[in-house]
Design a protein around this ligand. Structure first.
Ligand code: SAH
Ligand code: SF4
Length: 391
């Protein structure tokens, strides 16, 4: 079966309609070369050299205009500016939490919005949580994104642009090796990354390139709800770290929480994980386990979790459930989470509880977008009422 969604997406906006100059920011190297040649601004024999030059300006220096490219001739800069921009998608909303968490709502096209969250102090410094789709087809019952219909897959350029926008906001240009705030990338925003495989893999090429954004593949984690046939390929193609949204230790419960489990049950999932390329004690799989009160948080389940992961180089992330309006679950009590964590700790997994971050702005993943959709709907209703009253 094909696990890549067959929906209408632009592969990259270099192919955007002639009316809107396309942005070169966030394109892969091959797409950048192609765009330059197709536009007629650069002859094919010079494409590689020019693309390499531009690449560094765009992804190492983060420039937003061609004039800054001092080693590119004036004429070529003018020719490029006629045909292209270095624009990022529109930042519709930006929220900064007291704890430093930043949440961005980004408009990719009218009605197509995704979320990106910067979380400080994870790993050595900070992680940027990026989206791979707008909405999700998978309907996990605890996930707010799952309640939203899939709008579409993001392009590789749109995924990379989330990093550009966050770096613009944090003043992280040019790329430096010291004092970076965004040191890690996690594909844990909206969407199932393995249902948008090619774009995710291409975006990792862009983000990890040492002459650009330079966030290494080992500091990039792709989280999946368990698309078994794509797991091995993910490791081979991207060398990224793997995270698995497990959330239950038996098929009965996992079928309910993560409906994809009905297609790829736990035993098959574990087999695919064990075969993940490059797995070792230095490169462990992260298992995410959302703590749902009275649902999956008993001590027996903690023991079952530890048993299930025996022999797999693993990290465990217990995630306090982030409630959203109308959610059918509550977060486990803190005491219960601590007891659960103790069992996991005793089995040799260090500090497994993920501290809730940005609670004051974050609510649940997917919520900012739906708040904005709701707001638009209520504005529309208000306008309709006013129009009705006027007629
Ligand atoms: N679709 C992928 C990646 C995006 S979800 C996946 O499911 O792995 C990223 C993580 O957030 C997943 O582990 C998901 O289970 C978790 N998550 C989703 N909704 C949540 C909520 N309301 N509270 C806590 N964690 C949640
Ligand atoms: Fe989709 Fe992941 Fe949410 Fe499940 S948890 S609905 S796979 S985004």
């Amino acid at each position: 079966m094909s696990t890549t969604l067959d929906i209408n997406t632009r592969r990259n906006s270099a192919a955007a309609p002639a009316s809107a100059p396309a942005s070169l920011a966030g394109l892969t190297r091959p797409a950048l070369r192609e765009a330059l040649v197709n536009s007629g601004a650069v002859p094919p024999e010079k494409a590689k050299m020019r693309a390499d030059q531009l690449w560094r300006w765009i992804h190492h220096h983060g420039v937003t205009g061609f004039d800054a490219m001092t080693n590119v001739s004036k004429d070529l800069r003018a020719a490029l500016a006629e045909r292209f921009t270095l624009a990022r998608p529109e930042l519709v909303e930006r929220q900064v939490s007291r704890d430093g968490t930043r949440k961005y709502l980004i408009r990719l096209a009218p009605g197509v919005e995704c979320e990106t969250v910067f979380i400080p102090d994870v790993g050595r410094s900070g992680a940027l949580c990026v989206s791979s789709q707008v909405g999700c087809t998978l309907n996990c019952t605890f996930c707010h994104t799952g309640t939203q219909a899939l709008v579409r897959n993001l392009t590789a350029q749109e995924i990379a642009a989330q990093v550009l926008i966050a770096r613009d906001d944090l003043g992280e240009w040019p790329t430096s090796n010291e004092n970076r705030q965004i040191t890690n990338i996690v594909f844990m925003g909206m969407g199932e990354p393995l249902y948008n495989f090619d774009a995710v893999a291409d975006s990792i090429d862009v983000i990890s390139d040492g002459d650009g954004i330079a966030i290494s593949r080992r500091r990039t984690t792709v989280s999946t709800s368990g698309v078994v046939p794509k797991i091995r390929e993910l490791g081979e193609r991207t060398q990224a770290m793997l995270a698995i949204s497990l959330h239950a230790t038996n098929d009965g419960l996992r079928d309910e929480l993560v409906p994809l489990n009905r297609k790829y049950p736990i035993a098959e999932l574990m087999e695919a994980i064990r075969a993940y390329p490059g797995l070792s004690n230095a490169r462990r799989v992260t298992f995410e386990y959302v703590m749902l009160k009275g649902v999956n948080d008993s001590l027996a389940e903690a023991r079952a979790l530890v048993n299930l992961l025996k022999g797999v180089p693993a990290k465990i992330n217990l995630i306090p459930f982030n409630p959203w309006p109308g959610a059918p679950y509550e977060c486990s009590d803190w005491e219960t989470i601590e007891k659960f964590a103790e069992v996991v700790n005793r089995a040799g997994y260090a500090s497994p509880i993920r501290t809730p971050r940005g609670r004051d702005i974050l609510a649940a993943c997917g919520q900012l977008r739906s708040e904005s959709v709701k707001q638009r709907a209520s504005e529309r209703r208000k306008l309709e009422r006013e129009a009705g009253a006027a007629s």
